[in-house]
Design a protein around this ligand. Structure first.
Ligand SMILES: Nc1ncnc2c1ncn2[C@@H]1O[C@H](COP(=O)(O)OP(=O)(O)OP(=O)(O)O)[C@@H](O)[C@H]1O
Ligand SMILES: [Mg+2]
Length: 146
C-alpha cells in the first residue's frame, strides 16, 4: 500500500487509524530519514490510544513505555544502537502482547523484528508532504488498515 499525505493533519489521521485498527502485539517499524515524521506519527498513535503524556523522541532512553492509555504503547528509537551490536534486552518489549510497539530506526535491530511487523516507510516529498509505503509479511495487518 502506498499513498501521499500533504500536511501534518493527514499524517495525524493515518496515526489515528493505526491506533484504532492495529491488533495487539503488532510491531510497527518506522523507516525514513531524519525529520521524515517517525516520532510525529508515534505521537498521533499515542493520541489515538488516549495517552496524555507527551511523546518525545526517546533519544536518551532508547525505549519508553506508555501504560496509561487504552492499551500499552512501547516506543523504541534504535538510532543509538547503530553498530553497537549488543543485546540490551529489547526483545522483552518488542511485540508486547497487549499493546503496540513502534520502532524508529528498526534497521539497527532488524533481527529482533517478528513476522507481524508492519513496515512504514516515510519519504520527504515537500515541506509538509510525505510519501508513505506500507508493507508487511503479515497480510492481515495490511487488510485491517485498508
Ligand atoms: N506531513 C507531515 N507528516 C509528519 N511530519 C511533518 C509533516 N509535515 C511537516 N512535518 C514536520 O516534520 C518534522 C518531523 O520530525 P520528526 O521528529 O517526527 O522526525 P523523525 O522521523 O522522528 O526524525 P528522527 O530520525 O530525527 O527521529 C516535524 O517538525 C513535523 O512537524
Ligand atoms: Mg524521531
Amino acid at each position: 500500500m502506498e499513498f501521499d499525505v500533504f500536511n501534518c493533519e493527514q499524517m495525524h489521521e493515518f496515526g489515528l487509524k493505526l491506533a484504532s485498527k492495529l491488533p495487539n502485539g503488532t510491531v510497527v517499524a518506522l523507516l525514513g530519514d531524519l525529520g521524515a515524521g517517525k516520532t510525529t506519527l508515534v505521537r498521533s498513535v499515542a493520541k489515538g490510544l488516549n495517552i496524555d503524556e507527551v511523546v518525545q523522541s526517546p533519544t536518551f532512553n532508547i525505549m519508553k513505555l506508555y501504560l496509561k492509555g487504552d492499551r500499552p504503547l512501547i516506543h523504541i528509537d534504535a538510532y543509538r544502537l547503530a553498530d553497537l551490536n549488543t543485546d540490551i534486552g529489547l526483545d522483552e518489549y518488542i511485540g508486547y502482547e497487549t499493546g503496540l510497539t513502534m520502532i524508529e530506526w528498526p534497521q539497527f535491530i532488524s533481527s529482533l523484528l517478528p513476522a507481524n511487523t508492519l513496515y512504514i516507510e516515510i519519504s520527504i516529498t515537500g515541506e509538509n508532504a510525505r510519501h508513505i509505503k506500507v508493507y508487511s509479511k503479515d497480510s492481515n495487518l495490511l487488510e485491517v488498515i485498508k
